[in-house]
Structure formats: C-alpha cells, structure tokens
Write a protein that binds this ligand. Structure first.
Ligand SMILES: Nc1ncnc2c1ncn2[C@@H]1O[C@H](COP(=O)(O)OP(=O)(O)OP(=O)(O)O)[C@@H](O)[C@H]1O
Ligand SMILES: [Mg+2]
Length: 390
C-alpha cells in the first residue's frame, strides 16, 4: 500500500447547515477524527460538508439551496415561510499525492449552481475535484441499502466507479438528460423520428459505456472482495443485474449497442403508452453473503452493514493499489448495528489504511478502543471541542 496518507489538515465551513462559521484543523498525521455528541448537535453536517469536497451532491444527495444555513430552521419544514437561500462554502486544505492542495466549493447566490476552486483557480468541472480529493461514505440511510430503492444502490455503485472512470459522472448526466428528452417526446406523443433516433444514439453510446464501467469496477475490486482484511467481515459476491450490463457480460460492446438501440426503438410505443423501458437508468446489483450463500436482502441489519463495509474496504484497497491514493472515508453512526467485537476489528483495520477516517456517534464510549489512536471532538450545538490529543 502507498505510504502517503491522505486527508484533510484544515476544514472551513461558512453558512453550512447549522454552522455559521467553523474552522477545524485535524492532526496532520491523519489519525481518525471522531465526532460525538447528542442528536442534532451537528455531527452529520460536518461529514456532509466533507462529502461536498468531491464530485456529486454530497452524502445526503441534498439540493444545494437546502444546504445554506437557515436562520429560521422551521422554514426548512414550512414551505410557506419564504427564505432566501444563503450562500455557503466549504473549503479545505488536503494532502494529495502532490502535496498540500487548497480546494473549496459552495454557491455564490444560494442557487443550484456549484462553484469549485482548486488551488485558487475556478473550475466548472466537478470531476476536477476527483483528481485531488476522493471520499466514500456510509450513512444510516444505507443500512438497509439491499432492501430499499434500486436508485440508492445505483448511486452507491456509481460512486465506486467514479474513481476509476473520470468520465462516468459526465456520461451519467448526459444519459439522464437524453432520457428525459426521449421520455418527454414520447409521453407527449411527438414521434419525431430524427429527434428520437438522435437521442437513442446518445443513450446507446453513453449507456453502454456506463454499463462497461460498472462491470469494470466490480472486476477491479474482486480480488479484495474475496480476500477480506479480516474474517470478521463477510465476502460479498456482487452480481450486476441491469439489462445492458447482463448483455455486456456475454456479448461484445458492438453487439450490445445494436441490441440496446433495437430495444429502445421497439419500446417507443410501449413507453408512450405509459410503460417502462429498462436500461442503465434501471440497472441494479445484488450482493450475496458468500459464506452463507444468502442474498444480502435476507441478512440481518448488522450483516448487511458488514457486507457494505467489505465492499467499501475493497474499493479503498483497490484505489490505493492502482492509483496510490486512498479515499477518505466518512462513517456516520458507525457503531449502530455492529457488535463490539466486529466494531473494534473494523477500527483496527481503519487505523492501518493510508487515509483519514471521519466517524460519528452519539456515545463516545463506543470508540474507547481507539483511545490515544484518534482525535475525539465533542460536538454540542454546532460547536466542536477537542477532547484529547493522542
Ligand atoms: N440548512 C440548515 N440551516 C440551519 N440548520 C440546519 C440546516 N439543515 C439542518 N440543520 C440543523 O442542523 C442540526 C444538526 O444536524 P445534524 O444532522 O448534523 O445532527 P447530528 O449531530 O448528526 O444528529 P443525530 O445524532 O441525530 O444524527 C439539526 O438540528 C438540523 O435541524
Ligand atoms: Mg447524524
């Protein structure tokens, strides 16, 4: 594994969620950062701020206009109370392969347009952030990922892909835009052949590339999936079930493109009549708990969480091995559903990884195994107090 440890040496939030201003300077040896405090204290907000330092919508998939600090939080619930969204920012100094780099993001007018700065220069591309800073996360909302909505699973999978394919996010966004236009034309009964054909060409070229990258990431991480860092973590067998992904596994890209183009054309009428069409936008994956031979959806909540952690750890190890850069990991409410033995084994594994790990919990005693090996911050009413220096 790489000897370079990655992480954040300074984090600044301005008008972000419950924080008016926060300046946090974690230890530059990149020990785990542990944030504990009561419900609503402001712990997850900090993890969300860190998650905005990479491409995407952050760990809550929030609208940018909801992130700005509301002076009247009741307005978040009450649509009748009009509030102008605040401009907000998150900036950080991060350790990269090339040394310390300053990155920042936010909105200038509280709108949905996100500004990005890297080393003092503005950039329009979120994918540029991925070159300097990467992070992965696990939140309580994902504890039942295997039983819930496939959209959340696709989002999880696509985040794993992004580190290996810098074009993936752009292709997804182009695919989704083309699909929206294709849907609108058909649902409005506008059978404009040339327009539909043009959109289908975009859907096919982007869609097959998206599916190929999803297959590729599963194959890249497969070695670490089958060789977990500890036997306390189950071996997940990942099976992609999307229609295009399934075709690509047994056919050439060219043949898959032809067949997907055919499928779209044949589905026009069905879609116009209110039916649906399968594609990378409906793709899904299944995880089997290999030792038990059981679909993850039937595993206990703690087992499901352990399976997800196995996938995340495999991704971190693969990124480190292939790119010399381990992503920062954000674990919200990590203690929930994990028994103390497995939790402590996880903590031992995490301290060995060459990246800073941020964790939250309501009870600091859940983290006693990390005493003197982590930085503990007590969070109270969006104020942070360092509890110890290891
Ligand atoms: N845009 C916003 N403006 C102001 N306050 C906000 C905004 N969004 C969320 N909050 C508030 O931030 C507070 C802290 O939220 P956060 O999710 O960080 O709490 P937490 O410490 O993780 O709590 P829990 O232990 O319950 O998960 C909440 O009380 C929430 O109402
Ligand atoms: Mg929280």
């Amino acid at each position: 594994m790489s000897q370079i440890k990655t992480g954040i040496t300074q984090l600044r939030l301005t008008n972000f969620r419950s924080y008016g201003f926060l300046n946090l300077e974690p230890d530059n040896r990149f020990m785990p950062v542990i944030l504990t405090g009561h419900n609503g204290a402001g712990k997850t907000n900090i993890l969300e701020a860190v998650s905005f330092l990479t491409a995407g919508k952050g760990l809550r998939s929030a609208r940018l206009s909801d992130v700005g600090k509301r002076s009247n939080p009741a307005a978040l619930l009450n649509a009748d109370v009009l509030q102008i969204p605040e401009r907000w920012s998150v900036s950080a100094q991060v350790q990269t392969k090339d040394g310390l780099t300053k990155i920042g993001t936010g909105t200038i007018d509280g709108s949905e347009r996100r500004q990005i700065r890297i080393d003092g220069k503005n950039t329009a591309k979120q994918s540029d952030l991925g070159r300097v800073f990467r992070c992965l996360w696990l939140t309580p909302a994902q504890d039942r990922l295997f039983c819930g909505d496939p959209q959340a699973r696709r989002r999880f999978l696509d985040r794993l892909v992004q580190a290996f394919d810098s074009q993936h996010a752009t292709r997804l966004s182009e695919y989704n835009t083309a699909f929206k236009q294709w849907s609108c034309l058909l649902r409005e009964g506008r059978f404009d052949q040339r327009w539909l054909k043009g959109l289908e060409e975009q859907l096919v070229s982007n869609g097959v590339a998206i599916a190929a990258s999803r297959i590729d990431v599963i194959s890249r991480i497969s070695h670490y999936l089958t060789h977990p860092l500890s036997s306390a973590f189950p071996v997940p067998e990942v099976i992609l079930t999307g229609v295009v992904e399934q075709k690509l596994l047994v056919k050439s890209a060219l043949k898959t493109e032809e067949e997907f183009a055919d499928l779209l054309e044949k589905s026009r009428k069905i879609y116009a009549d209110g039916g649906s069409v399968a594609g990378p936008h409906t793709a899904d994956f299944k995880v089997i708990h290999a030792q038990k031979g059981l679909d993850a959806a039937f595993c206990s909540t703690g087992e499901q969480k352990a399976l997800l952690l196995s996938v995340i750890l495999a991704e971190m190890q693969t990124q480190t091995q292939e790119q010399g850069l381990c992503p920062v990991l954000l674990l919200d409410e990590i203690a929930a559903h994990l028994d103390s033995k497995r939790r402590n084994i996880l903590f031992d594994i995490l301290t060995e990884l060459p990246a800073q790990i941020w964790m939250t919990g309501t009870d600091s005693s859940d983290f006693t195994h990390l005493t003197n090996r982590a930085q503990f911050f007590d969070v109270q009413d969006s104020n942070l107090n360092l509890q110890n220096v290891a």
